[in-house]
Design a protein around this ligand. Structure first.
Ligand code: NDP
Ligand code: HSE
Length: 436
C-alpha cells in the first residue's frame, strides 16, 4: 500500500525532531501503523535556513497554502505556531479533506471550537497530542485511558520553560534573565517567551485539558492567568522553610457549580511527587472518581520529545483514517452533541488556600489586627511564622498560611489589611494547594 503522504508546515525545533525521528524509526512505525508514513514536502519561509536544519533530502517550498491543500497530501502537520496564518492553513487543509496534526496549543485554545467543528463536518481528524505537556501522552490518557471516570480535577506543571527557570533559580541561585536565555537556547521557550513566563502558554494547555476532562468547549478567554515574573526569591525561600515548593500550576476543577480554570504560581507540599519535578520536565496529576489520583511525568518541551507526540498522532491517524468518522474518538473526548454548558467560574469564586507575606511594623497589636480581619472574613489560619526583626530593625516579615477560602473573601481581607498603618509594603499573596 502506498505510504500516507505528509506535508510539514514549519521547519523549526519540533519539525526538525519530527524529520529525524520519522527517519530513524521508519521501519518500526510501519509495523505499528500497518502502512508507511512518508514526508512528501516541507513548507518554510526561509528555505536556506530549513535546509541547514533539516538537510536537503526533501522538497522545500515557500508556498504554505499550496502545500497544505495539495491533492496528493493526506496529513498536514502544522508546526509553525501562532494564530495567523496557522489558522487559515489548518482550516484550508481541513476543507481540502486533509487530516491535521498540530502542536499549536495557542491556536487550539483560542480557535479550537471552530477548527474541531470544521473537521467534524468534513469527517477528518485534528490530532493534537503534542499541544499539551510535550512528549507526555496526556491527551490520550485523559481522553481514552481515563474514559471510565468522572474527572474531578487536573493540576499540572505544563510549561517546561517556567519550571526550568524556577528550578535553576532555586538550585543554582541564577537570576531570571540568565535562565530564560538558557531555556530559549535549549528550544523550550515559545517564539515569544512572554507567553511562557506570563503563564499564557500554560493557560492554553490548561484550557485544552479542561475541555477534554469535562466535555466543555475551549474557553481560553475565561482562564485566570498569572505567570512567574512577580515571584520573589524571598517567597521561594520562605515556602521551603514551611515545607512547600512553588510551581507554576495549571489547574482545572469541576466543583459541581462550575469549572475552575486557572494558572498561577502555587505552593505545594514538598512531599508531593509533583513538587519534585525539576527542569523542563512536566507532570500532570489527574484525579478521577474511580481511579483516584494518577500522575503523568516526562519531557514537556524540546525537539524530539515533542516529535514523539506528533508522530504518535501520525500513527493514530494512519490507523484510523479509513475508519468511519462516527467510530473515532471525539476531538474533545465527548460527543459533539453531548457537550456540557457548565460555566467557567470567575476567579473570585474559586476556592483555594493562601500564603501571605506581609511586611509589618514590629510592634504590639499588629498580629491581633491582622487575625481579626481574617476572622471577620471567615478565613481560618493554618500556620504562621514571624521572622525575628534584626538588631535595630523596626519591621519584620510575617508569613500566614490559610485554609481553603473563597478568593473574594481573601481579596476583601487583603484590601482591609493593606490599609493598616502597620502594614508597610504591598501584601504578597500566593495560592496554595495540598493536592490531596
Ligand atoms: P520554532 O519557532 O522553532 O519553529 C517554527 C517554524 O515555523 C519555523 O520554521 C518558522 O520559520 C516557521 N514559522 C513561524 N511563523 C511563521 C509564519 N508566520 N509564516 C511562515 N513560517 C512561519 O517553533 P517550535 O518548533 O518550537 O514550535 C512549533 C509549534 O510547536 C508551536 O505551536 C509550539 O507552541 C509547539 N510546541 C513546541 C514545543 C517545543 O518544545 N519547542 C513543545 C510543544 C509544542 P522561521 O524559522 O523563519 O521563523
Ligand atoms: N514553551 C513550551 C514550554 C513548549 O516551555 O513548555 C512546550 O509546549
Amino acid at each position: 500500500m502506498k505510504p500516507l503522504q505528509i506535508a510539514l508546515l514549519g521547519a523549526g525545533t519540533v519539525a526538525s525532531g519530527v524529520v529525524k525521528v520519522l527517519a530513524r524509526n521508519q521501519e518500526e512505525l510501519q509495523r505499528r501503523a500497518g502502512r508507511g508514513i512518508a514526508l512528501a514536502a516541507i513548507a518554510a519561509r526561509n528555505p536556506d535556513k530549513a535546509r541547514a536544519a533539516l538537510g536537503d533530502a526533501l522538497p522545500i517550498t515557500t508556498d504554505f497554502m499550496a502545500l497544505a491543500t495539495r491533492p496528493d497530501i493526506d496529513i498536514v502537520v502544522e508546526l509553525m505556531g501562532g494564530i495567523s496564518p496557522a489558522r487559515e492553513l489548518v482550516l484550508a487543509a481541513i476543507a481540502a479533506g486533509k487530516h491535521v496534526v498540530t502542536a499549536n496549543k495557542a491556536l487550539l485554545a483560542i480557535h479550537g471550537n471552530e477548527i474541531f467543528a470544521a473537521a467534524q463536518a468534513k469527517g477528518v481528524i485534528v490530532a493534537f497530542e503534542a499541544a499539551v505537556a510535550g512528549g507526555i501522552p496526556i491527551i490520550k490518557a485523559v481522553r481514552e485511558g481515563l474514559a471510565g471516570n468522572r474527572i474531578e480535577w487536573i493540576a499540572g506543571i505544563i510549561n517546561g520553560t517556567t519550571n526550568f527557570i524556577l528550578s535553576e533559580m532555586r538550585d543554582k541561585g541564577l537570576d531570571f534573565a540568565t535562565v530564560l536565555k538558557q531555556a530559549q537556547a535549549l528550544g523550550y521557550a515559545e517564539a515569544d517567551p512572554t507567553f511562557d513566563i506570563e503563564g499564557v502558554d500554560a493557560a492554553h494547555k490548561a484550557t485544552i485539558l479542561c475541555a477534554i476532562a469535562f466535555g466543555v468547549p475551549v474557553q481560553f478567554d475565561k482562564a485566570y492567568v498569572e505567570g512567574i515574573t512577580a515571584l520573589q526569591a524571598a517567597d521561594i525561600r520562605y515556602a521551603e522553610q514551611l515545607g512547600y515548593r512553588i510551581k507554576l500550576l495549571g489547574i482545572t476543577k469541576n466543583t459541581g457549580e462550575g469549572i475552575e480554570l486557572r494558572v498561577h504560581p502555587t505552593l505545594i507540599p514538598a512531599t508531593r511527587l509533583i513538587a519534585n519535578v525539576e527542569g523542563a520536565m512536566n507532570a500532570v496529576v489527574v484525579q478521577g472518581d474511580a481511579v483516584g489520583p494518577t500522575l503523568y511525568y516526562g519531557k514537556g518541551a524540546g525537539s524530539e520529545p515533542t516529535a514523539s507526540a506528533v508522530i504518535a498522532d501520525l500513527v493514530d491517524v494512519t490507523r484510523l483514517h479509513t475508519a468511519d468518522p462516527e467510530h473515532r474518538v471525539p476531538h474533545l473526548a465527548f460527543q459533539p452533541d453531548a457537550m456540557s454548558d457548565l460555566p467557567i467560574l470567575p476567579m473570585d469564586q474559586v476556592v483555594t488556600a493562601y500564603y501571605l507575606r506581609l511586611r509589618v511594623a514590629d510592634q504590639t497589636g499588629v498580629l491581633a489586627d491582622l487575625t481579626r480581619i481574617l476572622a471577620d472574613e471567615g478565613i481560618s489560619i493554618d500556620g504562621l511564622i514571624q521572622r525575628e526583626a534584626g538588631e535595630g530593625e523596626h519591621q519584620t516579615d510575617l508569613i500566614i498560611l490559610t485554609h481553603d477560602t473563597v478568593e473574594a473573601h481573601m481579596n476583601a481581607a487583603i484590601g482591609r489589611m493593606q490599609t493598616l498603618p502597620s502594614v508597610h509594603a504591598p501584601i504578597v499573596r500566593i495560592r496554595k494547594e495540598e493536592l490531596r
